[in-house]
Design a binder for this molecule. Structure first.
Ligand code: PLP
Length: 412
């Protein structure tokens, strides 16, 4: 039987434990929602003050050059690249995940334009914006493109036929925490002549990713989740060197121009990854992304993964042992290879139970239908946190201390 003391011993031996001190987490909170909004690196406050007071306030327009604002999307992309198996010049931090996905899908369809392929394969359970962006793009193109939605990963081989232009998948599912085998799935797409676009929103900074080794064609992802970049922080897009010359995206703004300050009347895409850019970025928000990446630079994805699996295993074991009398259903794969860095359980009153947890300082979130989501961020979550969270959950369930009529907030 695991005890709280065992958890404290594991914390004492945890090589990542010291990194928690680099985050500002309020007292009395067990934060299990880093998969939705990462916690704040302490350094972000001083960095924001520097950007606002010094770079903007004092140095004014000169900061585009003197503070490196203009280079920032590329410089941050180079810092992020090693976390996802990219190299210098393959990643930019810019725009939103939704917008980057639009660019990636449009570019991938363009690369396939010569082929008579008109189908995009994705899954019904994908994060809605991914499906919506594909619907928006294909509807707008009006060239006979359609979406083919699979209902489970095992339907993928049958769905990827000779009519498929591209496969668009989210590597780790936001609701279930299911993780695709990137290498095998990319190979499946390629064997059928399709390209594959990966969304790494729940992977970047959470699980090891090697886009190059695993044969991905294009990828996008989020910096405000496991990368702790701050609310609404700009996202990223990865275009490998081998595809950059053919990468043409329709949001041909001046930041993607070969010579933005030549002010020429014709669009000429920049060489390299800069062609994935569009326009002026929210520099204050963009600058915060570096503070999250700085914490990641002090460890490795292997260390993060080892602790993530230990935390999620512990959570699953404790919930199943200590809340055994309650109707909780594990949705997340037990198989390590198929698990991201979150654990989801269903409960018939999932929303009400989650509200009760939040009321007692255990912050997770809720996703339809009936799913309670718990994200585990090894940079700042301890084994004792896991113990305490499960004890609070057990207490709430045992005493039925939740309000089934709880009013739904706009963001669940
Ligand atoms: C979080 C998430 C997004 C977010 O997209 P935004 O454009 O930042 O709102 C997109 N896709 C997936 C799979 C996500 O998990």
């Amino acid at each position: 039987m695991t005890t709280r003391n065992h958890c404290l011993e594991r914390d004492a031996q945890d090589p990542l434990a010291p990194l928690r001190a680099q985050f500002d987490l309020p007292a009395g909170v067990i934060y299990l929602d880093g998969n939705s909004l990462g916690a704040r690196p302490k350094a972000a406050l001083a960095r924001a003050q520097q950007v606002i007071a010094q770079e903007w306030g004092h140095d004014l327009i000169r900061s585009w050059n003197t503070a490196g604002w203009f280079e920032l999307p590329r410089r941050l992309g180079n810092l992020l690249a090693p976390l996802i198996g990219g190299v210098d010049g393959e990643v930019v931090v810019t725009d939103t995940t939704s917008v980057n996905l639009f660019k990636a899908l449009a570019a991938a369809l363009h690369m396939q334009a010569a082929a008579e392929r008109r189908v995009i394969v994705t899954e019904r359970a994908n994060f809605p914006t991914d499906i919506y962006m594909a619907q928006g793009l294909t509807g707008w193109l009006d060239r006979g493109y359609s979406l083919r939605l699979i209902d489970s990963p095992d339907q993928l081989p049958a769905a990827i036929g000779a009519d498929v232009a591209l496969v668009m998948l989210t590597h780790v599912n936001y609701r279930t925490g299911y993780q695709y085998d990137m290498k095998a799935t990319s190979a499946l797409a390629h064997a059928a002549g399709a390209l594959i676009v990966w969304d790494l929103a729940h992977s970047a900074g959470a699980v090891p990713v090697d886009l190059s080794a695993d044969g991905a064609d294009l990828a996008v992802g989020c910096t405000y989740k496991y990368l702790n970049g701050g609310p609404g922080a700009p996202a990223f897009i990865w275009v490998p060197k081998r595809h950059q010359a053919q990468f043409r995206q329709p949001l041909s703004g001046w930041w993607g121009h070969a010579a933005p300050f030549a002010m020429a009347p014709d669009f000429q895409p920049a060489d390299g990854i800069a062609r994935a850019l569009c326009g002026t970025q929210p520099i204050v928000s963009l600058a915060m992304v570096e503070c999250g990446l700085d914490v990641h630079r002090q460890t490795s994805m292997a260390a993060i993964r080892a602790k993530s699996l230990a935390l999620t295993d512990l959570f699953i074991d404790l919930v199943e042992a200590r809340c055994a009398d309650h109707p909780l259903g594990l949705v997340t794969p037990r198989d390590h290879a198929r698990r991201g860095s979150q654990v989801s359980f269903t409960h018939p009153h999932g929303y009400a139970v989650m509200q009760a947890l939040i009321g007692r300082g255990v912050i997770g979130d809720y996703r339809e239908p009936a799913i309670m989501r718990f994200g585990f961020t090894p940079l700042y979550t301890s084994y004792a946190d896991v113990w305490d969270a499960v004890e609070i959950l057990r207490d709430i369930l045992d005493r039925k201390d939740y309000n089934v009529d709880a009013k739904r907030d706009a963001v669940t």
